[in-house]
Design a binder for this molecule. Sequence first.
Ligand code: SF4
Length: 327
Amino acid sequence: MAKEKSSIRKIAYLSTSKCNSKCVMCNIHAKKPTKDLTPKQLKKILSDPLFKNVKVIGVSGGEPSLHKNWKEIYNTLCSSLPNLKAIGLTTNCVNSRKSIDIIQYYYNQSKKRNIKLSLYISLDGVGEIHDQVRGIKGNFKSAMNVIDWLKYSKINFTCACTVSKINVLNLEELRKFCDKNKINIRYRLASKINRLYNNDSQTYHQLSKEEKKFLINFLLEEIHRQKRSLLQKITYIVNKKKMKKEKIYQHIISILKGNKRTSPCPHSLQEAICLSNNGNLMYCSVASKIIGNCLKNSAKNIYLLNLSHLRELKGEKCKDCSHDIIK
Ligand code: SF4
């Protein structure tokens, strides 16, 4: 890369396009899965200079536990990225056994390698509401099985709730449930995202004026609650995390009010990149087109030769982008 400051520090890695959910805000399950990278192919791709300074990788999908070589994929990420400090894993817990297996492996290996692990469990409502959003009967129960196991095993995790028209008016119930069960949860907006083929699906664009108002008040209350608990907590790390949450909610509120993004995103700042399950490279997962395939060309060359598209994104899409990845 031309300048050190534009080096990529983070990869959003969509490890597989296979998914066992049928979420109302995503259509990936309706598409024929494409071929996932093998560990060998991934290793070759990650040896490209574009990735030499990567410190953080977020593994998602589809559902990452459905990659047939998920263990080897984890090991390849760790061995191919010499500066890796943190790894994130998101799982939908549709199959609680598979989710527990992948979490346990990531947890044990990350501990051994001194890599920080952030776990995200999808939880979009209580009982039927969650099942309705996820399109899978029994998913609330299977998600709670995983959550109970995580609590029993004393493994830190965060639940992630994607807010759409289906669950927006049930958020109070979810908040009470999480409080009662001491579950840390964060809220994000269901948004139009190219890679999820969800142009016609349930996104925040379909929220009515009243629903948007409800959500804004709900998020403001979340910010107040965090400030209250901030006074009680004194550790720097906890506070830093909570301040980031506040920043994200302020950003979502701004978008819901029809205003612009309040913070830039690391993709637009040339600090993050999106790598898909078959080696396709995108500047971000939200609005970027596929800029090339890393099995065919060097990732660095693909990245540098398409910067005019990143400029287009910055000029046309970023200011209204609701995605909650912020700097
Ligand atoms: S559209 Fe812009 S702000 Fe949104 S994720 Fe992509 S690069 Fe970031």
